[in-house]
Design a protein around this ligand. Sequence first.
Ligand code: SAM
Ligand code: SF4
Length: 487
Amino acid sequence: MSTWIKNRIRSRGYETYMENGENFIDSGRIIRALETGEQAPPEQVEDILDKALAVETLTPEETAVLINLRDPELVRRMEQTAAQVKKKVYDNRIVTFAPLYLNNLCVNNCRYCGFRRDNEELDRQILSPREVREETRELAGEIGHKRLIVVYGEAPRTGIDYMVDTIETIYDVNTSPGVIRRVNVNAPPLQIEELRQLKEVGIGTYQVFQETYHRPTYEKAHPDETLKSNYNWRLYSMHRAFEAGIDDVGIGALFGLYDWRFEVMSLLLHARELEARFGVGPHTISFPRLEPAYGAPLSEQSEYAVSDAELKRIVTVLRLAVPYTGLIITAREPAELRDDVVELGCTQTDASTRIGIGTYSEYTVEQAKERQQFLLGDTRSLDEFVSDMAERGYITSFCTAGYRCGRTGECIMELLREGKEANYCKLNAILTFREWLDDFASEETRRRGEKLLKQELEEVRRELPDSYPRLKEYHDRIAAGERDLYF
Ligand code: SAM
Ligand code: SF4
């Protein structure tokens, strides 16, 4: 085991990208920007909002102005602009997925996580291929998910070979009409050769969260004899992913470990670094809040706990600062708050979520704290979620066409900045919504969904007349039983 740990981290996997031994999180610049951003006049705020509306990434100094904004009128303007940016880039769609926890073995000892090595209360589990199949059958065949994010701890038995095997198993399950079309991955930092293997097996987004970008806090949260204590190995995970040919990456921070303002500024610096070096920013940004985790004391008593109002500000600022990116809000958050932040700018969320290992196929919605990483705030079923969103005028999208048509990386960056991706996505959202209503919806959800679908078709007929005939044709073919038609 210790040889395994020793060989995991390759210093050239981060030193290559550093400049004079320094990484791109310039904390001096962050602190200065946050201090000076407090005195911005209203005209400067208006200029910043205009820039965001033109889908341009903001500078750290501009972002700090938005973080510090207090005048209620300007805050209202800022929130309206965030909603406008969302409408322009992503329209009224909310993409949905389910997390699938494949194991909870971990050599690390993160003080906030229930999977930490020293947590002796946890039942340790690793799903076998048969169990992965069962979980997938439930997710795809019964609930109706098309996208998963698979989540792994860090341990020798669940390294890259296990990851590749489990992802192949998931793609292989076909419970017609239920099938998983896209597997995103949340995994520990990997070596370049391993990332090539993930690319090969056909993953969607590769996610690694930095947890906290504030180095002293990072060091306190991750004991120094562990793999995860190496800040730079984690910070440059996405650089190695690009090097390996993965151009669809997700970054994030665990909010509540340190000052949320510093983390938002750092996420921006991370996005700008990827844009500058690879021409492509993060496809998604995640901002989970620290949740109470069984056997992880730090998760229950943090002086930096983020309030609901602060979470809404985080979403608003990120929506404006990195206007092209997807923003993910998860079922860690309570239902009402989740619904609100969708309006402010979130674009993706999970539903029917269960995070106990192997719990999808156990048909229980009870949370089992001794098997989970933390406890969830929202246990609504996918059907309930789709229905609630439809009532608010949001179409739940099950679309996975972008990555299957090569609309990732630089290509998608261009489309997003020009607001064109919204068009493709709208069309595919309609088609996948049609499929889902026919295959999985309850009667009540179907009733609400049909009403929304009618409005959406009408909107396309009016606003995208060139695309309408093909959309209508695909829509009718799906209604007659065909599947997986997309733009
Ligand atoms: N083990 C891998 C790693 O640490 O990168 C990936 C899986 S880990 C289970 C996924 C994410 O869960 C972590 O990156 C962290 O942000 C989040 N997490 C850990 N403990 C949490 C808690 N108590 N509340 C909310 N999120 C938590
Ligand atoms: Fe392990 Fe990830 Fe949990 Fe840390 S956050 S203990 S690395 S599973």
